[in-house]
Design a protein around this ligand. Sequence first.
Ligand code: NAD
Ligand code: G6P
Ligand code: MN
Length: 442
Amino acid sequence: MKKYSIVIAGGGSTFTPGIVLMLLDNLGRFPIRQIKFYDNDADRQEVVAKACGVMLKERAPEIAFSYTTDAERAFSDVDFCMAHIRVGKYAMRELDEKIPLKYGVVGQETCGPGGIAYGMRSIGGILKILDAMEKYSPNAWMLNYSNPAAIVAEATRRLRPDSRILNICDMPIDLMEKMANIAGLPSRKEMVVRYYGLNHFGWWSDIRDKDGNDLMPVIRRHMKEHGFSNAMSDSSQHIESSWNDTFLKARDVYALDPDTIPNTYLKYYLFPDYVVEHSNPQHTRANEVMENRERAVFSACRAVAEKGTAEGIGLEADVHASYIVDLAAAIGENTRERMLLIVPNEGAIENFDSEAMVEIPCILGKNGYEKIQMGKIPRFQKGLMEQQVAVEKLTVEAWIEGSYQKLWQALALSKTVPSARVARLILDDLVEANKEYWPALS
Ligand code: NAD
Ligand code: G6P
Ligand code: MN
C-alpha cells in the first residue's frame, strides 16, 4: 500500500489536532509516511505543532513530522494539502460579525456582509497556497475547508479552473449524523442522500437507507417538532447553546418547504430579523469561539507539550476531521465513496446557472469526482439560489477587478441587507477594517 505525505495548511488552526488524531486512527486504510504543517503565524502554529509532535511520537514514531512558514518546504513532496486557513484570524471574524450588527444586519462568519468581507480576505491566501502546492507538488490534491467555501470555490473556478482543489463543508455532515440518529441508524454512512444548493445554502430532497427505504417521513416528523435539536451526533464543535438555538430554529426554516430538509444556515437569509434580535452586538460567535474552542485547544496543546504525553488531555477527533480524512482516503485508495462536494454545476442542477459552484453528491475516486445529476429544482429554492449565487460571483469579480461598485452591489443584493443605503454604510466600515487584507478598491 502506498504511504501518503500530507501538509496541513493553517497548521495553527483549532481543528489541526483533531485532524492529526483522525489520521492516526485511520492509518490502517490510509497509511502515512509524512505530515507537515504550514502557517503564516509561526508562534501560533508552534503551540499546536509541539502537541501534535508528542501525539505522533507516542502513536506513530515512523511518521516524519515537521512544521514551517516556508512555502517551498511545506509544499514539496506532498500528495494532499488539507487547508483550513482563516485570513485575519478571530480578530477579523469579530469585526465581520460586529460591523453589520451596528446597522441592524446579520453579523455572521460566512453569511451576509461578514461572509463577503471574509471572502475578500480569503481569496488571496488560498491562491497563494494552491499555487505553491502546484509548483512544488504538481500532482497533489488540495482539500479545502477554508471559508467562506462558496466564495473560495467560485474564485478558484474563475482564476484556477484546472487546479486540483476540492472544497468541502462539515455542516451537512453533522446534520446527517443527527438525521441518522433520528432515523435510528448508527451513522450517516448508512444513508444515501440527494442534496442540492450552494455552500451553506442547500436542501436534502431525498434520504434513504442502504436498502432504499425512504427515511424522509420519520425525519420530517422530527423536523416539524424539534428541527435538528434533540438529535445526537459525534461533533465536539456544534455544542454551545447558540448552536442549539440554530438547530431548533431549523424547525421554522423547514416549515417554509416541508418537502425538503434545509441546511441550518438558511436561517440567516429567511429569518434575518429574528437572528439580529437574538444577537448581542457586543458579544458574538467569534467571542464565544475564542472563549471556548480556542482557549480549550490551545491550553490542551500546551499541556500535552509540558507533560510529554497526550493521554487524558481531552483533544479529540470528530466528524469534522473524519470527513476530510474520508475524502483523502477516497481519492488515494479509490473507494468510490459518495460524498457532498462544492463543484461547478455544468448541468448537474438542470435549471440552474451552469457556471455556479453548487454543493451536491459526487462519487470520489483516484481520478477525482463524478457528479450525481440532481435534475430540476423547485422555484422557491431556485429563486433564493439565483440571488445568493449572484452575491458570491459579484464578490469574486470585485476582488479580481478591485471594484468598489461590484462589492456594493454584492452587499445590496444579499438577502440579509435591507437596502443599498445600509449596504454602503456597512461596506465603508468594512473597507476601513480590512485595509490590510483586501485589494485596493476604486
Ligand atoms: P484558526 O484561526 O484557529 O486557524 C486558522 C489558521 O490559519 C491560523 O493559525 C492562522 O494563523 C492561519 N492563517 C491565516 N492566514 C493564513 C495564510 N494566508 N496562510 C497560511 N496560514 C494562514 O481558525 P479555525 O476556527 O480553526 O478555522 C480554520 C478554518 O476552517 C476557517 O476558515 C474556518 O472557517 C474553516 N472551517 C470550515 C468548515 C467548513 O465547513 N468548510 C468547518 C470548520 C472550520
Ligand atoms: C460549521 C460550518 C463551518 C463553519 C463552522 C463555524 O461547521 O460548516 O463552515 O466554519 O460551522 O463554527 P464555529 O464553531 O467556528 O462558529
Ligand atoms: Mn461549512
